[in-house]
Design a protein around this ligand. Structure first.
Ligand code: MV4
Length: 498
């Protein structure tokens, strides 16, 4: 087993990894930027090292500095979290060269899955259904027009080096083809230094279903069931759940088998996620493979009882998977809400600033993964994710009720959050009935909630209460007030949440 793991990340995911290290008796080393001197991950790790100023390219994305640090402090492994170096094959290759274990897949798998056309080719050859379209890049307008005609409009042009929604364009008819082709190519070259583009049939109103997989160094592959991540806005996931209420047992068997085929096809090592689109007929299509631990992994942990980070570490150390496929079964239902520092009712404007008062929900079936606390600063330099609220219960309906209860317990003063937006979604009848797809939070939905009369009031009250909380916090009498006049505080709570 490893002696010391360098955690090459920040925020809630750094905290998450440090916690598993501690439980395994492995020393953890945090890195922190100027902006994170007093952050939770910096304080929680066994050792913490300053690596540069706040902008990520000066600190969390400084490859040379991080690798040198790992060697200097005797770290035998690096956990990348998600984002930053998690899917950077060059960084992984450097780790491999320096005999530092990268806790994740090989640089080869990451590079392979980074090319969407190569990935599609591999999947098509290994019994993983792909979206109809090409597995080679399109060389000319005429060639593209011919293929689009065969596939049938509407089609999507996608950048081979893209992913996560970047570098794609919808084409509705042959008239639009030429200009769209040129524009997508141009944009791809600019964004990815690679102008290979390919064609897929545009799947209308699909759901986003993904399957968690694991592979070890002994040729074992397992899946940990599916997650549904359709509730998103501009490719930013907001609510995830496991299992999907749309996936029946037969579909589950097919889609998880396809995901395991995908993992085996690329000799995949460690934790990965196979993303699919699923149409209204429950036909599913491979989309991309994410070669990292994902933000939403806790919902899978809640329904399987496993610690995915511990499993990652164990596998990276060369151990066999600690369980067989037959050991796993789905227990209950879990939902995750992402608490962002943003104004959902004002074009999702980020809301940077100081968290002046913070208290999070707890109680039965509630888990909070958070990188912040009182006095933490949310800066423009990093992701605006403050916290992940995960609720488990035996059924989806009771997990939803629990989520609403837990959301109402949050107090985050000093900046605007999306908590009231989350409450509206979770309590929406269509959401409760499982009747949604990736377009659920479309412009019509946003318009309808922005027109809610009492919603305007909620927004105003939230803004005022953020200021109020800030004043309370800076006033030394706040502690007396809280302990002696609880009802006063509760009245404020009622105003805020009723
Ligand atoms: C698609 C699609 C419809 N048809 N491909 C967006 C992110 C990237 N992973 C692929 N994406 C999509 N690809 C075909 N052939 C619709 C999307 C899409 C989407 C997919 C998953 C989750 C949210 C989404 C939001 C908009 C578009």
């Amino acid at each position: 087993m490893f002696k010391k793991i360098l955690v090459a990340n920040r925020g809630e995911i750094a905290v998450r990894v440090i916690r598993s290290c501690r439980e395994l008796g492995i020393k953890s080393a945090a890195i922190y930027s100027e902006a994170d001197k007093t952050s939770l991950h910096t304080r929680l790790a066994d050792e913490s090292y300053y690596i540069g100023s706040a902008p990520a390219h000066d600190s969390y994305l400084n490859k040379e500095k991080i690798l040198k640090l790992a060697l200097d402090i005797g770290a035998d492994a690096i956990h990348p979290g998600y984002g930053f170096f998690a899917e950077n094959s060059e960084f992984i290759r450097e780790c491999e060269k320096n005999k530092i274990t990268f806790i994740g897949p090989s640089s080869k798998s990451v590079a392979l899955m980074g090319s969407k056309t190569e990935a599609r080719k591999l999947m098509a050859n290994n019994k993983v259904p792909i979206v109809p379209g090409t597995t080679e890049s399109i060389k000319s307008v005429n060639n593209g027009l011919k293929i689009a005609q065969e596939v049938g409009y509407p089609v999507l042009l996608k950048a081979s080096a893209g992913g996560g929604g970047k570098g794609m364009r919808r084409i509705n008819s042959s008239k639009e083809f030429e200009s769209a082709f040129e524009a997508t190519k141009r944009e791809a070259l600019k964004a990815f230094a690679n102008d290979d583009i390919y064609i897929e049939k545009f799947i209308l109103n699909p759901r986003h279903i993904e399957v968690q997989i694991f592979g070890d160094k002994h040729g074992n592959y397992v899946h940990l069931f599916e997650r549904e991540c359709s509730i998103q806005r501009r490719h930013q996931k907001i609510i995830e759940e496991a299992p999907s209420s749309f996936v029946d047992e037969i579909t589950r068997q097919k889609i998880t088998a396809a995901a395991v085929n995908a993992a085996r096809a690329c000799n995949y090592l460690n934790a990965g996620t196979v993303e699919f689109l699923m149409d209204a007929d429950k036909k599913f299509y491979f989309l991309e493979m994410n070669t990292r631990l994902q933000v939403e992994h806790p919902v899978t942990e809640m329904i399987t009882g496993l610690d995915l980070v511990k499993e990652q570490i164990s596998i990276a150390a060369g151990n066999k998977l600690s369980f067989n496929q037959n050991d796993l079964k789905i227990n209950g239902h879990a939902l995750e809400c992402r608490i962002y520092a943003e104004d959902s009712f004002n074009n999702f404007l980020p809301s940077a600033g100081l968290i002046l008062s913070y208290s999070h929900p707890s109680g039965p079936g509630v888990r909070v993964d958070s990188g912040f606390d009182n006095g933490s600063q949310i800066t423009v330099h990093y992701d605006p994710l403050i916290s992940k609220l995960v609720c488990w219960s035996d059924t989806r309906q009771s997990a939803i009720d629990r989520m609403l209860r837990a959301l109402s317990e949050y107090i985050i003063g000093g900046l605007i959050t999306n908590i009231s937006f989350l409450k509206i979604i979770v309590d929406n009848p269509s959401f409760r009935n499982g009747n949604f797809n990736i377009n659920f939070l479309n412009d019509d939905f946003m318009k309808s909630i922005n027109e809610l009369e009492n919603n305007k009031e909620i927004q105003e009250i939230e803004k005022i209460s953020a200021i109020f909380a800030a004043i309370l916090k800076s006033n030394s009498s706040v502690n007396n007030l809280r302990s002696n006049h609880t009802e006063t505080v509760n009245l404020w709570q009622e105003q805020l949440y009723e």
